[in-house]
Design a protein around this ligand. Structure first.
Ligand code: G6P
Length: 582
């Protein structure tokens, strides 16, 4: 979590850092700060709250002249959001920003306290600054290399030393960090999106490769040995990070779905050979977190229909399971960012046992894309809203195509080709989705019920609603509701009944009747026009494509509910888009 950016070059760093932080804000937004350095001093400005609050504060400060700066936007792990805990952190000669978690921070801190070193904050990051300062003896590279040997956990660090006012240092392990290369100016950041206004040239950094930057250029070393890394060109455009007139990224990203779906269909429909063939696997394990996990639940339904044995886990559980891998097992990792810490650990566990891994990812440069055996990119472009929408849809589409490749079905292809247009029409039903949101936005409890694939859809609908509108919401297997949870249903509850699965259609409708009998307001979402007052009719399409027409409606309803409640839609409280810590 957390976003970091550093700059060294002819410009005053303030504008670069603030613009970078705004683009990184999706990674955490409970506090932020910048540090500027010149020959005489280091100036630090921090603020609690969103980047706009830091920006206001900076406007009222007299800034030092400077050509080097670092900045950070925080998602609190060690210590509550406060100015003291906000980055940058300083100790003696050292000022740094840190993204990641140091697992043995308390141990190191206790040792340093015994050596009479004083700490101001509750953070693990200040411990790193103190450690480097302790080892600093006039040689920063040595001090950094010595310090990281003591750290357990994940880190991306941007480091300045007041004795070396012309240099910026950066190093990473587990947490992402890239070096951006401009014209005699350099950027270091956790996400290329933060620097695209300035350059699209970047260098990927390996674990514990130390970058030393000054105005003459940069050098990369590992254990004092020089490393040469190629300069890449990013194909993410500034277009991706513009709102294009929408009020929120979430709405913009939902509305991009038909075009992006169409792009993937055009790429793969007649070229299935571009996708890996999963027929050879007898067992598939699907692993992901959050919405990516719910995508996997849909995939489980697809692949089981194809006759493959499928298990699914959230990555934070999977990585700690004692799995006896069978031969011919494939582990599918689903991740938009490709940087989710638990999903990375799950992938590495399978890789280390010699098991094939397939990544379904959005970010080509990410750890998961780079380390998995196979990868399929979902080509969503940049997704900025914390709550995923378009990436979810494209991940489901890829799983559907993979499943079709295993077991082709003559009815699939025509429906596939009609999907983008149907999706567009569904998304255009604005008034209709707003009307459903009206039924929900004042409620305290909302349930989503469904069976089989409809249950997987219910889980995503419920997550979307709760994460951005803060309304308590749960998804239940429709048949399970009466084993306890139905006692919560009363005349204040809304229940969404998802009914697209033919096999369980009648059963789920009966379950919807059961909650109506207990006073709940039902919202029926299905492919048949029924008698319900509140109903969302979804065009019928091949069952392996059906979720792609249902979930966008649920995304829109969640959006409108959050909008009516005045919530922070793109950056819901307590969340971060990319969960790079356990
Ligand atoms: C966070 C995001 C979710 C996302 C999950 C997994 O919780 O808010 O939208 O589904 O992480 O992220 P990934 O990048 O691995 O798909």
């Amino acid at each position: 979590m957390c976003g970091i950016i550093g700059y060294l070059g002819p410009k005053h760093p303030k504008d670069v850092l603030l613009s970078g932080l705004k683009n990184l804000e999706y990674r955490g937004y409970d506090s932020s700060g910048i540090a500027l350095m010149n020959d005489e001093s280091i100036q630090i400005i921090k603020s609690v709250g969103k980047i706009s609050e830091l920006e206001e504060k900076i406007k009222n400060e007299k800034l030092i002249n400077s050509n080097i700066g670092i900045a950070h936007t925080r998602w609190a792990t060690h210590g509550k959001p406060s100015e003291i805990n906000a980055h940058p952190h300083s100790s003696g000669h050292i000022t740094l920003v840190h993204n990641g978690i140091i697992e043995n921070a308390i141990e190191i801190k206790n040792k340093l306290i015994k050596e009479n070193i004083h700490f101001n904050s509750d953070t693990d990051s200040e411990v790193i600054a103190s450690l480097i300062n302790k080892y600093y003896n006039g040689n920063m590279e040595e001090a950094i290399n010595k310090s990281i040997k003591e750290l357990k956990g994940s880190y991306a660090l941007l480091i300045m030393c007041d004795n070396e006012p012309n240099k910026l240092y950066a190093i990473r392990c587990e947490s992402p960090l890239i070096l951006g290369v401009g014209n005699k100016e350099y950027y270091v950041t956790s996400d290329i999106g933060a620097i695209l206004n300035y350059t699209n040239k970047y260098v990927l950094l390996g674990a514990n490769e130390l970058v030393t930057i000054d105005k003459n250029g940069y050098k990369i070393t590992k254990d004092n040995k020089k490393i040469v890394r190629e300069i890449n060109i990013s194909n993410i455009s500034n277009e991706d990070i513009s709102l294009h007139g929408y009020e929120h990224y979430m709405m913009k990203e939902i509305m991009e779905e038909p075009v992006l779906v169409n792009n993937l269909i055009k790429k793969y429909a007649n070229h299935l050979e571009l996708l890996p063939d999963l027929k050879k696997y007898k067992h598939i394990h699907i692993v992901g977190c959050g919405s990516a996990f719910y995508v996997g639940m849909i995939g489980k339904n697809f692949f089981e229909e194809d006759g493959i044995d499928v298990s699914i886990d959230v990555a934070s559980e999977y990585r700690y399971r004692n799995i006896k891998y069978e031969k011919s097992t494939l582990v599918i990792l689903i991740s938009q960012s490709g940087e989710t810490a638990d999903t990375i650990a799950a992938m590495r566990m399978a890789n280390s046992k010699g098991i094939d891994t397939l990544a379904i990812v959005n970010t080509e440069t990410s750890t998961i894309a780079r380390e998995s055996t196979y990868k399929v990119l979902i080509e969503a472009g940049k997704e900025i809203a914390v709550a995923t929408t378009k990436a979810y849809i494209l991940q489901v589409l890829i799983l559907s195509l993979l499943s079709y490749k295993i077991k082709p079905d003559s009815n699939y292809m025509n429906d596939l080709l009609s999907l983008p247009q149907l999706l567009k029409v569904q998304l255009d039903k604005t008034g209709f989705h707003k009307k459903m949101a009206d039924k929900v936005y004042r409620k305290k409890d909302v349930f989503f019920i469904g069976r089989r694939i409809d249950y997987a859809i219910a889980l995503e609908g419920s997550l979307k609603l709760k994460e951005i509108s803060y309304i308590h919401s749960e998804a239940y297997q429709a048949g399970e509701l009466k084993h306890g949870t139905i006692s919560l249903i009363d005349n204040k509850t809304v229940v969404f009944g998802i009914v697209t699965d033919e096999v369980t259609h009648d059963k789920t409708l009966s379950n919807l009747e059961e909650v109506i009998a207990r006073g709940a307001t039902p919202i029926y979402i299905g492919t048949d026009k029924l008698k319900y007052k509140n109903q969302i009719i979804i065009p019928k399409i091949h069952k392996k494509l059906q979720p792609l027409l249902v979930v966008p409606s649920l995304q829109l309803i969640a959006y409108y509910v959050a909008y009516k409640k005045g919530c922070s839609i793109d950056k819901p409280r307590n969340l971060a888009k990319s969960v790079t810590v356990e």
